[in-house]
Design a binder for this molecule. Sequence first.
Ligand code: ADP
Length: 584
Amino acid sequence: MFRNSIISKLWISIVALIVIVLLSLSLGISSLLEEFYFSRISDELVTEGKQIIEVINSEDDREELIEKLDILSNFTNAHIIIVDKKGLVEACNTMMGLPAGAIFDPGDLEKVFSGQIVTKTGYHHHFEAPMLSTAIPLFDGKEANRALMLFKPVAPITETINSMRWLTIYAAIGAILLASIVSFFLSRTLSRPLVQMNKVATEMAKGNFENKIDVKSDDEVGLLGASLNYMSNQLKNNIMELSHEKEKLENIIASMSDGVITLDPKGNIILINNPAEILLAKCIQQTESMDKIFDCLTMSDFKLMFEEVRKEKQMHKKDIELLGKIISTRMTPLFDNESKKIIGVVGILQDVTKERELEQMRRDFIANVSHELRTPLSLMQGYSEALLDGMAEDAAKKEKIISIIHQETLRLKRMVDELLDLSRLQTGHFNLNKQNLNVEDMLKTIEEKYKTAVLNAGLEFKMDIQEGLPQVKADHDRMQQVLINLVENALKHTDEGQIVISAFKEEEQVCIEVSDSGTGISKEDMDFIWERFYKVDKSRNRAKGGTGLGLSIVQNIVKAHNGKVWVRSEESKGSTFGFCIPIG
Ligand code: ADP
């Protein structure tokens, strides 16, 4: 924990500083002391030597001299030796017991006998100890024939210096201990708040702004802690505001009925709302990338549009066919405010399949109506012009022409009536006069009405009504209209065989079927027969006066009664048209 902390660095710095300062101080002081002591003692030794020389010069008796040297040796705490020019001991204090021979370096002796005073320190093998030695020449007249040598042990001086060195080491240890204690307390006041700040900042980075720093001091660290707390609050507020804004925007986009999809320049989806997901559902489940969505849907138009918007940096609008739907797509480039570079493309997708279908239906309807009206109108125009031009020579021809014009007028009227009826049914602008209806009675009336026509057409007419059929709530006239349409169709499309009307109860409904053994309907036509103006065989139908509106009217009337219609048919074998009406 402390390895990389400020405190550990501070501690190491303080300790290093203490060690360096005390070490250099100790070395400096000890060498200074050493120098000071040695120069002082050597000066003393020289002064003492000069005084001893005076004693030596005043004493002629050798025995007496040695005695005095003894006393002086004790007094000065130094060994006193007198040597001749060859360095041989002439006299010395009795304590010494020196062997005869040279005890001083010949080089140094030379210097001494040339008149110099030589002082030096070093280990002396005669005394087996480090000694401070001084050699002073003794003059007989003008010439120095002898030399006085004083040897003083240096042990007391080095001991003093060593104790001073030890003192420095103790002081260093004490200082290190003190530095450690100071560092420990500093870690509490300086490092701990910093560690806490680090924790809080890390939490802030993760999005947790609840942790706060406990500010205890008003120094720089305290101020930093307070600033961090303030920053945390500000950040929290800003992030909350931003997330509210984002939420608002997301809610707006999500509640839009149009699909919104935002893509980055590479085609990856950045944002997509629910309607867009539904529109692109199949592909989005499989992949996240627009490129792959293109592959998935093979919707080259979509990809082309995206590429165009990206290159031209302009809005594009197009209807695109996608998974059987027509989607009005508006793609707009998205720019970065500062760099003005394109950072994505926003697409607004609108499912306009129904609108486009309605438009197409309207166009088809107008074309169909015009087409259907044109035929009888042209016929009427042609025959009336023939009458005007006097082309009908006799009364019989005139009557025939007038009869054709009359038939076409009736056909035209029927068509216009049916169209109006269908329009009212589809727009809901009609009232159903619902009453309790006895299905059996109604079917019997139909039988009465068409019996002769069916027999005249050489067909058999059968009724198969389940006993005890309940009454239904329905509009009597509209129900009759449905049955008339179905029976007339059966009659029109059946050349031989039979027409059967059956009625039965199924769950809470009463169902009626009209079956014939006629031409039947092909599988391809089956899906379209309920559409307006749809006729399977146009020439045959024309001859039989069909408008292509009958089944559409049937379907709308049954729907208005909350019922359902169906057809079963096989080509050349016959058809069965049926419908059910709820009982209640
Ligand atoms: P239309 O007034 O021309 O009969 P409908 O809407 O009643 O128009 O019928 C649409 C088409 O369905 C007809 O043109 C006809 O070809 C076919 N169709 C209807 N009923 C039958 C049926 N019973 N048998 C065979 N085809 C039928």
